[in-house]
Design a protein around this ligand. Sequence first.
Ligand SMILES: [Zn+2]
Length: 420
Amino acid sequence: MNQVVIVICDSLRADLITATDAPFLSELAQRSARFANHAGVFPSTTRTSAASIATGCLPARHGLLGNTMALDEGDGLVCLSVGKPDFRDRLHRATGRTLHVPTLAERVGHAGGTAIAISNVSPGAAYFLDPDGYGWVYNPAGSFGPARRPLPEGEGLALSKGAAGDDAATERFCEDVLCRRAPSVALLWLSEPDYTGHHTPLGGPAHRQAIASADANVRRVALTVSRLDPAGRRILFIVGSDHGMETVAETIDLAFLLIEAGLKRAPNSSDVVVAPNGSAALLYFSDPEGPLVGKVAQFLRAQNWVGRMFVGPELAEVGLPTGSAMRIALTLKSEQRANQHGVPGHSHIVRDWLEPKDVTGFGQHGGLGRNEQSPFLLVSGGGFTPGVRSRRSSLTDIAPTVLRHLGLPSAGMDGRPLPH
Ligand SMILES: [Zn+2]
């Protein structure tokens, strides 16, 4: 039976794949279909991207709107981190569902196949690959089997983010998942170079080492894949990233500025709730039809740190829903100025009071900046021929490509199968 193996190197920008830092990926790119015009989703955050890779849909359709989201659990809208282990259950309790569309794990499960994911990033990003438990999801915060049955501690994933944890996750992926269990869809989500990029300058020695770590782990998986399928036809091998990064310029305290402008009552008030998403923010309103939406939009339009803004029906232009309590999405201003290591791209970010640390000069993402919107994608095996594809592709094209290889339909997705 055909199989698919996917590896995601979190945050790895296409332009930072060089022969020095990522020798294996550079070589793999020569013998893969390389999608040179590959785009992320908006917000360009890991949890939203994970849901888009899993469903082939944009956030408007799958419903997971960022790394943070405002949720009304009975006492009005409150901003919560989607990354926490309990967010999936809280979302389900508050709204009666998780993602609004089926995942690869669900579609493959219904067809009699299996899906196994090992994810060394936040529990939220891991669990939204398969939030309703059709396959297996392994994450250091807790691992689940079918029907979301918690796996005993010994079967779980006792790792931490960073290169050492990624190495151990990769070993487990190759030995246990690929060689022993051979599922229809196997996905490995590495924490590097995202983990290091968030607390060191992009292109600095630590960040470059983190890129090398991801490169070495992709190599381990690729060697396993070619051992299992020497002809390179049965296994479709997909390697990519979810988004890139920009260097943080300034941090804007958006909620405070709204309070100061008389547009928000208090830090925890639910009249307007800011959901910070790195270099983007989504604003939720307790009265989405009320006049406050227009007043806040007018205020934001006058701010020189705002990049692009989408209000009401304009949200559809960037793949966001138009009928929810979230009525304004904005990106912060970005520019191509290089950092001290020659890596282009700076952006302002929105202060996140759930994680209030100073990250000026380090990597961040979430918006529509050129560098955070430049993930990479390499596809080999399964009939893909080497060469550059310059047609625009998206994270949402991965799931339909997976289903085509498995002989399954991909109706109801925003993405399209990638050209061989
Ligand atoms: Zn990410």
